[in-house]
Ligand binder design. Structure first.
Ligand code: NAD
Ligand code: ZN
Length: 364
């Protein structure tokens, strides 16, 4: 499968299929990646063990001059100190303005490698080779960043890749917990844009959890399509792109309070999406918005109840740090029906506090 992220002269393709790594040399060459300048693959230790040798071989056979950098796995690598190390690797290996950086990995590798590509010599070519389900989201749209100890994704840029190459075969080695967490953003893309796809996820949850290639390929194609459609209409998040934050206002606060890694990003936003659905019904949306949201997320194995030990006041404080907070009210993405959301700029903090409390009582 193939689709395009439409951004005028910066448009780029997303290829999705089994065994695509074998064609990486040809695909990169076809999309303007230079064979004359050195190319740097950035990946993490887990992915390197399973898939790096394969990619290096294919690219070398295709005539590319390849070097690789392996970072420790985990959110902690999205840091300025990793950025500095990688710039060192790029310099030592003679990367120039025509060089490319290839991100082989999940969202952590993609965000970090993308920021290296955005900042090295004020921006060089970048290729995304996502290896997690979650990365169908992070690899499309051009947001790249590292974290600061005080805030996630706060040092970053917009830097679109030249292409995204999604080899479904690499996903077969993904740990079960990361499979489920990744499906959270897949379901999110349905909830904001495509009711039919939500019911497809509902019906095909078991196949998705079993990594059935046909089902997975379709789900990632649909997820990437929604992301591409939204980003094409609003690349820089002036308005529409904010709908991609469904579940994230609560979710980011939960991640911060639970501690990164305790609650995976996808798990936190699953709970956040249930909260948004509860809120929606309070604001007048049909009851099914809550029922369907919760059912589909449960079916793909995600948590829908907030761990009771997380302190509500701390969660509220974390939410206030969010850039979406202003004067006693928070900008919230609220589903108005399955497949349709609206941006509500005046949800009171008191109401959100109630929702957070209720999320601790949620039946599972
Ligand atoms: P991740 O990159 O940490 O990957 C999860 C785990 O799976 C890691 O331990 C990794 O080593 C391992 N792994 C990756 N691929 C594997 C494979 N094929 N086989 C075995 N193990 C594999 O995390 P993630 O969930 O992919 O991404 C989360 C990150 O994405 C967060 O930092 C988040 O902020 C970011 N994100 C960015 C955007 C964006 O628009 N830029 C959107 C959503 C999320
Ligand atoms: Zn997310």
């Amino acid at each position: 499968r193939e689709l395009t992220v439409d951004l005028g002269d910066r448009s780029y393709p997303i290829y999705i299929g089994e065994g695509l790594l074998d064609e990486a040399g040809k695909l990169l060459a076809n999309h303007g990646i230079s064979k004359k300048s050195p190319l740097l693959i950035i990946t993490d230790a887990n992915v390197a063990e399973r898939h790096l040798a394969h990619l290096e071989t294919v690219l070398r056979e295709g005539g590319f001059g390849v070097t690789s950098a392996v970072i420790p796995a985990g959110e902690g690598s999205k840091s300025l100190s990793q950025l500095e190390k990688l710039v060192g690797v790029a310099l030592e290996n003679g990367l120039d303005r025509k060089s490319a950086i290839v991100a082989l990995g999940g969202g952590v590798v993609g965000d970090l490698a993308g920021f290296v590509a955005a900042s090295y010599m004020r921006g060089i070519n970048f290729v995304q080779i996502p290896t997690t389900i979650l990365a169908h989201d992070s690899s499309v749209g051009g947001k790249v960043a590292v974290n600061h100890p005080l805030a996630k994704n706060i040092i970053g840029a917009f830097h679109q890749p030249e292409l995204v190459l999604y080899d479904l075969s690499t996903l077969q080695t993904l740990p079960e917990r990361d499979v489920k967490a990744g499906l959270s953003e897949v379901v999110k893309h349905g909830l904001i844009w495509d009711a039919e796809f939500v019911s497809w996820c509902d019906d095909n949850a078991e196949k998705l959890l079993a990594l059935d290639p046909e089902a997975l390929g379709y789900a990632l194609y649909k997820g990437c399509s929604v992301k591409a459609a939204v980003v094409s209409r609003d690349e820089r998040e002036n308005d529409l792109r904010a709908i991609l934050n469904l579940g994230h206002t609560i979710g980011h606060a939960l991640e911060a309070v639970a501690g990164y890694g305790e609650l995976l990003h996808g798990e936190a936003i699953a709970i956040g999406m249930v909260g948004s659905a509860r809120l929606a019904v309070k604001l007048g949306a049909p009851e099914e918005v809550y029922g369907v949201t919760k059912r589909v997320l449960s079916r793909v194995g995600l948590p829908v109840r907030l761990p009771a030990h997380l302190d509500t006041d701390e969660i509220m404080r974390a939410m206030m740090h969010d850039k979406k907070f202003q004067e006693g009210a928070i900008t919230f993405i609220v589903p108005v029906a399955i497949g349709k959301v609206e941006i509500n700029k005046s949800v009171s903090t008191a109401l959100i506090r109630d929702i957070v409390e209720q999320l601790k009582q949620e039946a599972v």
